[in-house]
Design a protein around this ligand. Sequence first.
Ligand SMILES: [Zn+2]
Length: 198
Amino acid sequence: MRARPSITIFLGAAVLAVAPIGVAAAAAATAHATPKRPVIARLVSAPKVIAPTLRVEAAQASPAPPPLNPHDPNAFVDPLDDFHVISPYGFRSGRRHEGIDIKAAYHSPVHASFAGTVLQAGPGLSGYGNTVTLDHGDGVTTLYAHLAAWTVKRGDEVAPGDVIGAEGQTGNATTYHVHYEVREDGVPRDPAPYLSGE
Ligand SMILES: [Zn+2]
Protein backbone atom coordinates (compact mmCIF):
# COMPACT_ATOMS: atom_id res chain seq x y z
CA MET A 1 0.00 0.00 0.00
CA ARG A 2 3.02 2.14 0.51
CA ALA A 3 3.98 2.31 -3.04
CA ARG A 4 0.56 3.20 -4.28
CA PRO A 5 0.57 6.82 -3.23
CA SER A 6 3.82 7.36 -5.13
CA ILE A 7 2.47 5.63 -8.16
CA THR A 8 -0.63 7.69 -7.84
CA ILE A 9 1.44 10.81 -7.54
CA PHE A 10 3.53 9.76 -10.49
CA LEU A 11 0.46 9.01 -12.53
CA GLY A 12 -1.04 12.19 -11.23
CA ALA A 13 2.01 14.13 -12.35
CA ALA A 14 1.93 12.42 -15.67
CA VAL A 15 -1.72 13.23 -16.03
CA LEU A 16 -1.05 16.79 -14.95
CA ALA A 17 1.79 17.05 -17.42
CA VAL A 18 -0.36 15.72 -20.18
CA ALA A 19 -3.43 17.48 -18.94
CA PRO A 20 -3.16 20.73 -20.91
CA ILE A 21 -3.15 18.77 -24.20
CA GLY A 22 -5.13 15.78 -23.00
CA VAL A 23 -7.88 17.86 -21.49
CA ALA A 24 -8.03 20.10 -24.50
CA ALA A 25 -8.08 17.08 -26.77
CA ALA A 26 -10.67 15.42 -24.61
CA ALA A 27 -12.69 18.60 -24.56
CA ALA A 28 -12.30 18.92 -28.28
CA ALA A 29 -13.23 15.31 -28.75
CA THR A 30 -16.24 15.82 -26.54
CA ALA A 31 -17.14 19.01 -28.32
CA HIS A 32 -16.96 17.25 -31.64
CA ALA A 33 -18.46 14.04 -30.43
CA THR A 34 -21.48 15.74 -29.00
CA PRO A 35 -22.61 17.60 -32.09
CA LYS A 36 -21.69 14.60 -34.20
CA ARG A 37 -24.20 12.44 -32.41
CA PRO A 38 -27.16 13.98 -34.17
CA VAL A 39 -25.31 13.59 -37.46
CA ILE A 40 -24.76 9.91 -36.73
CA ALA A 41 -28.37 9.69 -35.68
CA ARG A 42 -29.35 11.24 -38.99
CA LEU A 43 -27.09 8.85 -40.87
CA VAL A 44 -28.56 5.95 -38.96
CA SER A 45 -31.98 7.14 -39.98
CA ALA A 46 -30.79 7.35 -43.59
CA PRO A 47 -33.79 5.43 -44.90
CA LYS A 48 -35.79 8.57 -44.13
CA VAL A 49 -33.51 10.45 -46.54
CA ILE A 50 -33.88 7.78 -49.20
CA ALA A 51 -37.61 7.59 -48.77
CA PRO A 52 -38.37 10.87 -50.63
CA THR A 53 -36.32 9.58 -53.57
CA LEU A 54 -38.38 6.44 -53.65
CA ARG A 55 -41.51 8.56 -53.43
CA VAL A 56 -40.33 10.67 -56.39
CA GLU A 57 -39.72 7.54 -58.43
CA ALA A 58 -43.12 6.27 -57.46
CA ALA A 59 -44.66 9.62 -58.38
CA GLN A 60 -43.04 9.47 -61.79
CA ALA A 61 -44.17 5.93 -62.37
CA SER A 62 -47.74 5.77 -61.16
CA PRO A 63 -49.71 9.00 -61.72
CA ALA A 64 -48.53 9.36 -65.33
CA PRO A 65 -51.50 10.65 -67.32
CA PRO A 66 -53.06 8.10 -69.63
CA PRO A 67 -51.87 8.47 -73.22
CA LEU A 68 -54.07 10.62 -75.40
CA ASN A 69 -56.37 8.69 -77.67
CA PRO A 70 -55.67 9.31 -81.38
CA HIS A 71 -59.32 8.48 -82.07
CA ASP A 72 -60.46 11.42 -79.94
CA PRO A 73 -60.81 14.55 -82.13
CA ASN A 74 -60.79 16.72 -79.00
CA ALA A 75 -57.25 15.54 -78.21
CA PHE A 76 -55.88 17.22 -81.35
CA VAL A 77 -54.32 20.66 -81.62
CA ASP A 78 -54.63 22.94 -84.63
CA PRO A 79 -52.05 22.63 -87.43
CA LEU A 80 -52.14 26.41 -87.88
CA ASP A 81 -52.64 29.32 -85.50
CA ASP A 82 -55.28 31.92 -86.40
CA PHE A 83 -56.50 30.01 -89.42
CA HIS A 84 -59.73 30.04 -91.33
CA VAL A 85 -61.25 27.29 -93.46
CA ILE A 86 -61.17 28.06 -97.17
CA SER A 87 -62.45 24.68 -98.39
CA PRO A 88 -64.25 22.04 -96.33
CA TYR A 89 -63.95 18.29 -96.47
CA GLY A 90 -66.26 16.48 -98.87
CA PHE A 91 -67.24 16.60 -102.50
CA ARG A 92 -65.93 19.49 -104.51
CA SER A 93 -66.52 19.89 -108.24
CA GLY A 94 -67.57 16.26 -108.44
CA ARG A 95 -64.41 15.09 -106.77
CA ARG A 96 -63.96 14.10 -103.23
CA HIS A 97 -61.87 16.52 -101.17
CA GLU A 98 -60.24 14.20 -98.67
CA GLY A 99 -59.05 16.90 -96.35
CA ILE A 100 -59.82 20.42 -95.23
CA ASP A 101 -58.06 23.54 -96.52
CA ILE A 102 -57.07 26.00 -93.84
CA LYS A 103 -55.28 29.28 -94.28
CA ALA A 104 -53.22 31.53 -92.06
CA ALA A 105 -50.55 34.17 -92.71
CA TYR A 106 -48.12 33.13 -95.44
CA HIS A 107 -45.34 30.88 -94.20
CA SER A 108 -47.07 30.36 -90.86
CA PRO A 109 -45.59 27.49 -88.85
CA VAL A 110 -47.42 24.21 -89.28
CA HIS A 111 -47.84 22.15 -86.12
CA ALA A 112 -48.16 18.43 -85.56
CA SER A 113 -51.76 18.03 -84.44
CA PHE A 114 -51.02 14.94 -82.35
CA ALA A 115 -48.01 13.03 -81.03
CA GLY A 116 -46.55 10.66 -83.54
CA THR A 117 -43.81 9.53 -85.86
CA VAL A 118 -42.96 11.12 -89.20
CA LEU A 119 -43.85 8.68 -91.99
CA GLN A 120 -42.90 10.98 -94.83
CA ALA A 121 -41.60 14.52 -95.31
CA GLY A 122 -40.95 16.43 -98.53
CA PRO A 123 -42.21 16.16 -102.09
CA GLY A 124 -43.55 12.97 -103.57
CA LEU A 125 -47.34 12.95 -103.37
CA SER A 126 -48.58 14.11 -106.78
CA GLY A 127 -50.45 17.41 -106.62
CA TYR A 128 -49.85 17.85 -102.91
CA GLY A 129 -46.51 19.61 -103.22
CA ASN A 130 -44.37 19.26 -100.13
CA THR A 131 -46.07 17.20 -97.47
CA VAL A 132 -45.55 15.77 -94.03
CA THR A 133 -47.37 12.62 -93.00
CA LEU A 134 -47.53 11.60 -89.35
CA ASP A 135 -48.36 8.21 -87.87
CA HIS A 136 -50.19 8.60 -84.54
CA GLY A 137 -50.57 4.92 -83.85
CA ASP A 138 -53.61 2.67 -83.90
CA GLY A 139 -54.10 3.32 -87.61
CA VAL A 140 -54.47 7.10 -87.31
CA THR A 141 -52.45 9.34 -89.63
CA THR A 142 -52.48 13.04 -90.51
CA LEU A 143 -51.24 14.75 -93.66
CA TYR A 144 -50.16 18.37 -94.12
CA ALA A 145 -49.82 19.45 -97.75
CA HIS A 146 -48.69 22.34 -100.01
CA LEU A 147 -45.94 23.19 -97.52
CA ALA A 148 -43.34 25.81 -98.40
CA ALA A 149 -40.86 23.90 -96.25
CA TRP A 150 -40.65 20.96 -93.88
CA THR A 151 -38.57 20.75 -90.70
CA VAL A 152 -38.80 17.05 -89.89
CA LYS A 153 -37.61 13.85 -91.51
CA ARG A 154 -38.87 10.30 -91.72
CA GLY A 155 -38.61 8.56 -88.37
CA ASP A 156 -38.66 11.70 -86.22
CA GLU A 157 -40.87 11.65 -83.15
CA VAL A 158 -43.10 14.69 -82.74
CA ALA A 159 -45.19 16.03 -79.90
CA PRO A 160 -48.49 17.84 -80.34
CA GLY A 161 -47.81 21.41 -81.42
CA ASP A 162 -44.29 20.74 -82.67
CA VAL A 163 -43.43 22.73 -85.79
CA ILE A 164 -43.14 20.36 -88.74
CA GLY A 165 -43.06 22.86 -91.61
CA ALA A 166 -44.30 26.13 -93.04
CA GLU A 167 -47.49 26.92 -94.88
CA GLY A 168 -47.00 27.40 -98.62
CA GLN A 169 -48.42 26.91 -102.08
CA THR A 170 -46.52 23.96 -103.53
CA GLY A 171 -48.32 21.43 -105.73
CA ASN A 172 -51.81 22.12 -107.04
CA ALA A 173 -52.85 25.10 -104.96
CA THR A 174 -54.50 28.32 -106.05
CA THR A 175 -53.36 30.12 -102.91
CA TYR A 176 -51.15 29.41 -99.93
CA HIS A 177 -52.86 27.16 -97.39
CA VAL A 178 -52.52 23.82 -95.64
CA HIS A 179 -54.47 20.86 -96.93
CA TYR A 180 -54.97 18.84 -93.74
CA GLU A 181 -56.12 15.23 -93.70
CA VAL A 182 -56.98 12.86 -90.90
CA ARG A 183 -57.21 9.17 -91.76
CA GLU A 184 -58.14 6.09 -89.80
CA ASP A 185 -56.87 2.85 -91.34
CA GLY A 186 -56.40 4.82 -94.55
CA VAL A 187 -59.99 6.07 -94.64
CA PRO A 188 -60.28 9.89 -94.72
CA ARG A 189 -62.23 11.53 -91.88
CA ASP A 190 -63.69 15.02 -91.86
CA PRO A 191 -60.94 16.99 -90.09
CA ALA A 192 -63.35 19.74 -88.98
CA PRO A 193 -64.10 18.11 -85.59
CA TYR A 194 -60.34 17.87 -85.00
CA LEU A 195 -59.96 21.64 -85.26
CA SER A 196 -60.68 23.98 -82.39
CA GLY A 197 -62.73 26.33 -84.57
CA GLU A 198 -61.93 29.64 -86.08
ZN1 LIG B 1 -57.30 20.56 -99.87
